[in-house]
Design a protein around this ligand. Structure first.
Ligand code: SAJ
Length: 422
């Protein structure tokens, strides 16, 4: 019998299940996708994350980790399934509900159920707890129930899983103390115990804080462009103040967390979230603004080709989902431009209707303009010659202040930089 059953073997659940297995727990990993289960049962993963393949292989070899499509009896259940937002910014909790129903059939009195998925305040007790109650298991009486948010940074997941501080929100104090014993077996960070509602709220606050602060940086970039100031230098100088830490402006906010989580607040508390909504709007309109800026040069003929560099949502990772590049590709296509997207890390394929390639020359070929969207290390040293040899036009927009501008100018390019006057 498993000691811990982890539901959802994605970017959070798989590393969590593997770390628990290597810490000596008997772990059952559950995923609704049979391919994921098959992969894990042969010690492999298709997810790309630093150190994950080695960790999964070690967990498999330890004999402590097996996978299945359905949960079985276990002492502890950890739910790590996705909680996306719908196109109209509603919250989609179907995966959490399905996971809770699946475990309700096998949970026994005295077991511990933990929700890790980022969720609206109240989900642990009102969704997971309610489903358990419907099966005759009252949270706090028959079963322990907790909310323990994952807080790992994609690209550095394994190190952060082990080293980050952990918040454990118990429906009761006893539930929290019970969960603490599990996390203490692998976590080297400090553990703070609280209740489930507070833990849910603080997780949403973390990502909302980042979104609003990125919107602030983007607003400063807009002001700087009009004021004739280089925002990058101004931010660096402002950040010398001991109590100021302004983030970096950019082409918008991607990923599955920061652009999503503020909506959990907005949906539930519309009266108190004007600032959050405005921040979302600022970050989401960066792509259109950049196209306006390119068009204003007069160097972008109708129907010409735009080369977009960097499809991943942030530097040096392989994940393009909900990235500023895809948003910009759709916006540019809607304006009648042809678009080609390159990324050195992303698997060449069509993502959200946008083909992404790994050949830089092919992406730049005959383009009227190029836009740098992700600050991948591989782009840092590109010389103006690389662009000039392939492109037809001589227009570059750098949204991350990342490229070698002197070299580009030497090759005859007009270089626009986000947050810097023309
Ligand atoms: N970005 C900027 N300017 C900045 C920093 C980031 O434009 O100064 C952009 C990035 O380019 C990217 C987006 O924001 O498009 C998000 O990237 P990120 O590195 O800030 O965050 P994520 O989404 O990879 O991970 C976040 C993390 N949350 C916080 O740092 C508060 C992580 O710890 C969470 O576990 C994760 O969300 C999650 O799963 O919630």
């Amino acid at each position: 019998m498993a000691e811990v059953c982890v539901l959802g073997l994605g970017y959070v659940g798989l590393p969590t299940a593997s770390v628990l297995a290597t810490a000596g727990f008997q772990v059952l990993g559950v995923d609704v996708n049979p391919k994921v289960v098959e992969q894990l049962n042969s010690g492999k993963t298709l997810l790309k994350e630093t150190g994950l393949a080695t960790l999964v292989s070690a967990a498999h070899k330890s004999g402590n980790l097996v996978a299945a499509v359905k949960p079985e009896a276990s002492d502890t259940f950890i739910i790590c399934v996705p909680t996306p937002v719908t196109p109209d910014h509603g919250v989609d909790l179907r995966a959490v509900e399905a996971a809770a129903r699946a475990i309700a059939a096998v949970v026994k009195p005295g077991n511990l159920v933990i929700l890790e998925s980022t969720s609206p305040v109240g989900t642990t007790r009102n969704v997971v707890g309610r489903i358990l109650s419907e099966h005759g298991l009252a949270p706090g009486q028959d079963v322990h129930l907790c909310y323990c948010p994952e807080r790992v940074l994609p690209g550095n997941t394994i190190a952060e899983l082990i080293n980050n501080d952990r918040i454990i929100g118990g429906f009761t104090r006893e539930s929290a103390e019970h969960a603490q014993e599990i996390y203490a077996r692998f976590s080297q960070g400090n553990v703070a115990l609280t209740d489930d509602l507070t833990a849910e709220m603080s997780k949403l606050m973390e990502n909302t804080f980042r979104d609003v602060n990125i919107a602030l940086a983007n607003s400063f970039a807009r002001i700087a462009e009009d004021a004739g100031v280089n925002v990058w230098e101004a931010i660096q100088l402002a950040n010398r103040h001991p109590r100021v830490q302004i983030l970096s402006p950019g082409p918008g906010v991607g990923g599955h967390c920061i652009p999503v989580d503020p909506w959990f607040f907005v949906q539930a508390f519309p009266k108190h979230t004007e600032l959050l909504k405005k921040a979302r709007e600022v970050n989401d309109t960066q792509a259109e603004r950049m196209l306006d800026r390119l068009a204003a040069t007069g160097d972008l003929p109708a129907g010409s080709k735009l080369a977009l560099l960097g499809a991943a949502y942030k530097a040096n990772i392989d994940d393009p989902r909900e990235s500023p590049a895809l948003r910009m590709a759709h916006a540019a296509t809607a304006r009648g431009f042809r678009v080609s997207v390159h990324d050195p890390h992303v698997e060449p394929a069509t993502w959200e209707g946008v083909p992404i390639g790994a050949e830089l020359g092919a992406c730049l070929k005959d383009a009227a303009a190029a836009v740098l969207l992700t600050e991948h290390t591989a782009y840092r040293a590109l010389s103006g010659r690389v662009f000039a040899e392939a492109m037809q036009g001589r227009l570059i927009l750098d949204t991350r202040n990342w490229l070698n501008h002197a070299s580009l100018r030497l090759s005859g390019f007009k270089v626009l930089v986000l947050g810097r006057p023309a």
